[in-house]
Design a protein around this ligand. Structure first.
Ligand SMILES: [Zn+2]
Length: 561
């Protein structure tokens, strides 16, 4: 037994030490020692994290350098997602990605501004040719920031291969100080069918962890029968920051035989949504904790390695089994958990609380539901598993189960609004009702005649809502009729109460000006260095439109010399 475990450990060590990725090719994109706020493939909302989040001392504006020589192959400027993002393709076929930037280098910034003014749009995606923007290793290419869907200043750094698969940058020798073993926060056991029991119960249970002096754990003894699986809540911390990051590898062993392994080295963007089948999604939705299942449900994540019987344990009567879990970080610091499982038939059948409804969803079939004015269309494989769906229509409100059931595809909801008069119709949108107070959040709504439809990934409550209030626009760092000769920036605050901002357009003296929209601060910013306005009297005009088409116009005069 001990021999097998050491062999297993030895093999993993070997695997970690040898890889086919070029070493010493990619340099750190920031100066100084790298400290992480996030690791590769750590568990995020609807996706695995595709790179490293490198801390920037809570600041924006740190120099970002090209990790290796190559050429700028893509620039994407967006309000959400990666914000301002730069892609550099290298002669060895890999691409490095730098995201949430505050700005690019002066040369690249000039290149983008020209295209933004041509397109009259802040959001833009560009694919420069290899000759246009070549870069050498270590060259300043950008400044770190907090643009897009970023929760605080940091640099998001990725390495992708030719197939656009993100790969753990640590495999290329990007080195992070880490001497601490992963932290195991909790362990759960799941009876996986109606004839399986754990501690006489047919439901998920938390397993008590008993810490050992060396940092490993044993658990209380478990009585079980039938097919069971385990789930773990675990994180890793590196030495130089307290952030809760993802682990690198989890392996399990049953009676000395390899059982299940998940390995966070590489994945594809196509499979990243299947994170919702890896985690206990219902637990996540109700408790906001991510338990990773140590058995495979019906999903094809490439992160699973050497899985036997899908990681499911079949416990027979009068047996004793030893189940071990090993959680490791990239530096091979590991935490072990040992679980003793006694097979025992002395089960007590608890009443099963499986809610039966008239709407049984077969995951591998198309389902169309219709009642009154509301239609729901689920596609084949919208869901991972079959289940009884709650479906109820009350006037303009749709009760569509709840969001604890994960989807692997979006589905469609439509409302027939022919009963409304034309004036009201144009202000309607489909809202997803959130929280206890049923807050109406805009769900991207398409109009086709009298049918409003939305494509969504979430079950839950939906209703028609009305937005008749146009967006608000206010001057932020200036007043009407002010002298702004020494101002570098012109800032305006914009917001919308319900359906949200769809687009904006700003001009000075009738000429388009580029304003950068930061949704996190509701701010539009213009840089006077962009323009060549020579007039003393200037007229600023900003038009903002919300998602149902209500629009507001703001005008102000300012003087410059
Ligand atoms: Zn990131």
């Amino acid at each position: 037994m001990k021999f097998i475990l050491s062999l297993l450990l030895f093999c993993s060590l070997l695997l970690n030490a040898q890889n086919n990725y070029p070493q010493d090719y990619f340099a750190n994109p920031l100066e100084g020692t790298l400290v992480l706020a996030g690791t590769f493939a750590e568990l995020r909302s609807n996706h695995f994290h595709s790179g490293l989040d490198i801390k920037t001392k809570q600041r924006i504006g740190l120099k970002v350098n090209a990790s290796a020589s190559g050429f700028v192959s893509r620039i994407k400027i967006a309000h959400y997602g990666y914000g301002k993002a730069l892609y550099i393709t290298h002669p060895n076929g890999y691409t490095t990605v730098y995201a949430h930037l505050s700005k690019l280098s002066p040369e690249i910034e000039a290149y983008i501004k020209k295209k933004q003014y041509e397109a009259e749009s802040y959001e833009i995606e560009l694919f420069p040719t290899p000759e246009e923007l070549p870069v050498t290793q270590g060259e300043l290419v950008a400044y770190s920031g907090n643009t897009g869907s970023s929760g605080g200043p940091h640099l998001h750094f990725e390495i992708r291969n030719k197939d656009e698969h993100p790969i753990n940058p640590m495999l290329f020798g990007i080195d992070i100080l880490d001497t601490k073993a992963p932290v195991v926060q909790s362990l759960y056991v799941y009876p996986l069918d109606s004839t399986s029991f754990v501690n006489k119960k047919n439901k998920k249970q938390k397993v008590r962890l008993v810490p050992l002096k060396n940092g490993d754990f044993v658990t209380e003894k478990i009585d079980a029968i039938g097919n069971i699986g385990f789930g773990i809540k675990t994180i890793d911390r590196q030495d130089l920051a307290g952030n809760s990051n993802g682990v690198y590898n989890i392996q399990t062993v049953i009676n000395g035989l390899r059982n299940f392994e998940i390995d966070f080295k590489e994945f594809s963007f196509d499979e990243t949504k299947h994170i919702n089948a890896l985690i206990d999604y219902e637990h996540f939705k109700t408790k906001r904790e991510r338990i990773q299942r140590l058995y495979r449900q019906d999903n094809q994540l490439s992160l699973y390695k050497s899985v036997s019987n899908n990681g499911i344990l079949t416990i027979k009567d009068s047996t004793n089994s030893v189940y071990k879990i090993r959680v490791s970080d990239y530096k091979n610091n590991s935490t072990w958990i040992t679980v003793n499982i006694k097979g025992t038939k002395k089960t007590i059948t608890e009443p099963k609380e499986k809610k039966i409804t008239p709407y049984f969803i077969k995951a591998d079939q198309v389902t169309n539901l219709k009642q009154d004015k509301i239609t729901v269309d689920f596609y084949k494989d919208t869901f991972y598993n079959d289940f009884y769906l709650d479906f109820e229509v009350k006037n303009d409100t749709l009760l569509l189960h709840d969001d604890t059931v994960p989807t692997q595809k979006s589905f469609n909801i439509s409302f027939d609004v022919s009963q409304y008069n034309d004036a009201d119709k144009s202000k309607l949108f489909i809202a997803r009702l959130l929280g206890y107070k049923d807050y109406p959040a805009y769900s991207t709504t398409k109009r086709k005649g009298d049918i409003l439809s939305t494509t969504t990934k979430y079950l839950g409550k939906y209703a028609l809502a009305t937005d008749s209030v146009p967006p608000t626009i206010k001057a932020d760092n200036f007043k009407n009729k002010q002298w702004l000769s020494n101002f570098r920036y012109l800032k305006v605050k914009i917001s919308d109460d319900l359906s949200g901002i769809s687009n904006y357009r700003a001009t000075i003296n009738g000429k388009f000006i580029l304003m950068e929209y930061e949704y996190k601060t509701n701010t539009l910013t213009y840089d006077f260095n962009d323009g060549d306005f020579t007039d003393t009297n200037n007229n600023l005009k900003v038009i903002v439109t919300d998602n149902v088409g209500n629009s507001s116009t703001f005008e102000a005069l300012f003087y410059r010399k």
